[in-house]
Design a protein around this ligand. Structure first.
Ligand code: OFO
Length: 176
């Protein structure tokens, strides 16, 4: 922390700690989904979810690093247990999409809080997440919709699974 900077408020510190937990839960949830997809032998879809889980860890770390940078205290909390099985591959991706909508709401709440507290640095950091959430919602919705259209058509599932196998992890938080 440089001299003269305002210490992060307790309210914002607490909210960021909660968000670190939400992001870690997201990783946990997507890993659980990956495990269910592995069980169904959908290796490509499982790969997509594993990459998603890795992304969530980078989101948690972005908040972790930010809080430290602002002189706040990181307090790790218990991560709740995610479900371990779903009805279908379509349901898995639809649930992932619903979860992303929930996370978007959390990010928006954080932004409202930062604005309310006139904490411009936090609002600026959150801007990255606001944009990221648009992408997160869009990608999960697109895949869920495709699986819903394909339904039980084995050929279609096979093709889409192959497409999802191509996803590779890139740490998007590193670009600022
Ligand atoms: Fe962290 O974006 Fe998904 O949850």
């Amino acid at each position: 922390m440089g001299g003269g900077e305002m210490m992060i408020s307790e309210k914002i510190e607490e909210a960021i700690n909660k968000q670190i937990n939400e992001e870690l839960y997201s990783a946990y949830l997507y890993l659980a989904m990956a495990a269910d997809l592995e069980k169904r032998n959908l290796k490509g879809a499982a790969n997509w979810m594993k990459v998603q889980a890795q992304e969530e860890l980078t989101h948690a770390m972005k908040f972790f690093d930010y809080l430290n940078e602002r002189g706040g205290r990181v307090k790790l909390m218990e991560i709740r247990q995610p479900p371990f099985e779903w009805k279908s591959v379509a349901e898995i991706f639809r649930e992932a999409n619903k979860h992303e909508q929930y996370i978007t709401a959390k990010i928006n709440e954080l932004m409202d809080l930062a604005i309310g507290e006139k904490d411009h640095a936090t609002a600026n950091m959150l801007q990255w997440f606001i944009e990221e959430q648009v992408e997160e919602e869009a990608s999960t919705d697109e895949i869920a919709t495709k699986f819903e259209m394909i339904g039980e058509d084995g050929r279609g599932v096979f093709m889409l699974d192959r497409e999802l196998a191509a996803r590779k992890f890139v740490d998007e938080t590193e670009e600022g």
